[in-house]
Write a protein that binds this ligand. Structure first.
Ligand code: KG4
Ligand code: ZN
Length: 360
């Protein structure tokens, strides 16, 4: 054999049920299939992810996702070299669904089982897409995560900072809700902001006055609520231009904070090969532009994987499984699902748990 490995990956830690097949060889890695069954419609009426509904949907759909992933890859289960599964952190009922499925498949076939940290899946994605060498800086910005990670090895992560309350995606979603825009809020707020004046409302830039890379977004949410209420009190509603200006002001505050904290994180990481982003919020063009400029000023390459690999998916889990397997890090049927699982066990625990479950 030439060291080529083909892995099945499973993911069910939040509100996407996913399965994928990834093959990695001397020429690099190829995603042979990547199936993602989202749950937006199931949770829409509740304004957030309902853990019990998510867990049930994962349990119902994970087998089907695996079947589809194998079919689309054109390979039988027996052609796999191993099975990788997200074992945490996340909503425990959901995590269990894929862990139980992966254990069943491993027990039935004798294939090696590799438990993967969901955040490691995101953090290792630039190696799947761009073969990025260690060490590099990763900013995870999604509806459930927000942290700066120095990625030094397959199993070596140093957290430089993270949110002490909400994730930025949550703040975008809440902003959309307060302004009567559809969910998920990020794209809707971005579209409104494009036609707004970011200077009209003065929103705070939380934690910029403190050293370090920790972030906070809950105060920004409150500031937006107050500004909205002031508009309603003065105008009897939210006129279209006011809504656009509120969105633009909010987005500028988030982008300013993330850009400045990224600049500081880059100063803390001399000798890195790149600065990569992942997570749904990384889709925001204004934010991407700012981060790109910060990386350019620091003389570091900027990497943003395609959006389908920035958001939750199982290809990143299959890939992380391959990386762990190559490093000799495998599990057995005693693998357990973990609701909390910090990547950097030396960093102090982050506060808050967010609408999408515990943050690591
Ligand atoms: O990574 P993701 O798909 O799911 C998890 O949170 O795990 O991220 C979803 C989040 C949502 O909060 C959504 O509003 C936000 O990413 N988002 C955006 C944009 N597109 C998605 N936020 C800002 N601007 C966008 N264009
Ligand atoms: Zn995620």
């Amino acid at each position: 054999m030439d060291g080529t490995l083909t892995f099945l990956g499973l993911e069910s830690s939040c509100d996407d049920t996913a399965a994928a097949v990834v093959r990695a060889g001397p020429e690099g890695a190829v995603i042979l299939s990547s199936v993602v069954a989202g749950q937006d419609a199931l949770h829409a009426a509740f304004g957030g992810v309902v853990p019990e509904i998510a867990a049930r949907a994962h349990a119902e759909r994970i087998d089907l996702c695996v079947e589809q992933a194998l079919e689309q890859a054109g390979l039988p289960l027996a052609a796999m070299d191993g099975i990788a599964v997200t074992a945490g952190p996340g909503l425990i009922g959901g995590v269990l669904a894929a862990v139980m499925c992966a254990k069943g498949l491993s027990a039935a076939t004798g294939l090696p089982l590799v438990g993967v940290n969901h955040l490691a899946g995101h953090a290792l994605t630039p190696r799947l897409t761009d073969a990025l060498a260690f060490p590099y800086l990763m900013l995870l910005v999604s509806g459930g995560h927000c942290q700066f990670l120095l990625v030094e090895g397959v199993d070596r992560f140093r957290r430089l900072g993270g949110t002490i309350d909400d994730a930025p995606g949550e703040a975008f979603d809440k902003t959309a809700k307060l302004l009567g825009l559809p969910q998920p809020g990020g794209p809707a707020v971005e579209a409104e902001a494009a036609q707004g004046d970011a200077r009209r409302f003065a929103f705070p830039r939380p934690l910029l006055d403190r050293p370090g890379c920790d972030l906070s977004f809950s105060g920004l949410k409150t500031a937006l609520l107050r500004a909205r209420d002031a508009v309603i009190a003065a105008r009897g509603g939210i006129p279209v231009q006011d809504r656009r200006d509120l969105c633009a002001g909010f987005q500028a505050a988030v982008a300013d904070v993330l850009a400045e904290k990224s600049r500081r994180a880059l100063v803390e990481c001399p000798g890195i090969t790149g600065f990569a982003v992942a997570g749904g919020v990384a889709a925001n063009a204004t934010l991407r532009g700012r981060l790109m400029a910060v990386a350019a000023a620091a003389g570091v390459p900027f990497l943003a994987p395609p959006l389908r690999l920035c958001t939750d998916n199982a290809a990143m889990i299959a890939w992380a499984g391959i990386e762990r397997f190559r490093a000799g890090l495998t599990d057995d049927l005693a693998l357990s699902a973990r609701p909390r699982w910090p990547l950097d066990s030396t960093a102090p625990a982050l506060l808050g748990s967010g609408k999408k479950g515990a943050k690591a």
